[in-house]
Design a binder for this molecule. Sequence first.
Ligand SMILES: [Zn+2]
Length: 155
Amino acid sequence: MAQKTKEEILVGERDFDSIFSYDAGAVRSRFLTEIRDNRKLTGIRCPQCNLVYVPPRSVCLKCFANLSDFVEVGQAGTLTTYSIVHRSEPFCPVAAPFAYGIIRLDGADTGLVHFISEVDPQKVHTGMRVKAVYKEERVGSILDIKYFKPAGGEK
Ligand SMILES: [Zn+2]
């Protein structure tokens, strides 16, 4: 009879204190500079299937068309899903508890992930109307949007 070996669970340790850079690309760079310079939220429309992507992307996920038709979308949108975080982590820019979720901005067909604030996390719910709140000093980061707050007028 074969002896059963004890299985070992391995845990990897990682140091998240490292700083790294990445290229946002032409399409995302325009999205971020519009936020930084004009407090505008832009999407990109597919000329073939008319989908509006926010954040913008260079190729349509549905029909693979190349995308270049930037459109302004609303400052407000609908929260389509969310999560409440109860544990602070050193790499997260805000302390727990906080809420974040996917916001479908008015005029967009896809969702943008961001923080939800100025509301008790226990009162956050899907279908909630939210609007963007910007930082005063913006640097060209998605965190130039400080968070989304309740906008009222739920659908
Ligand atoms: Zn398309």
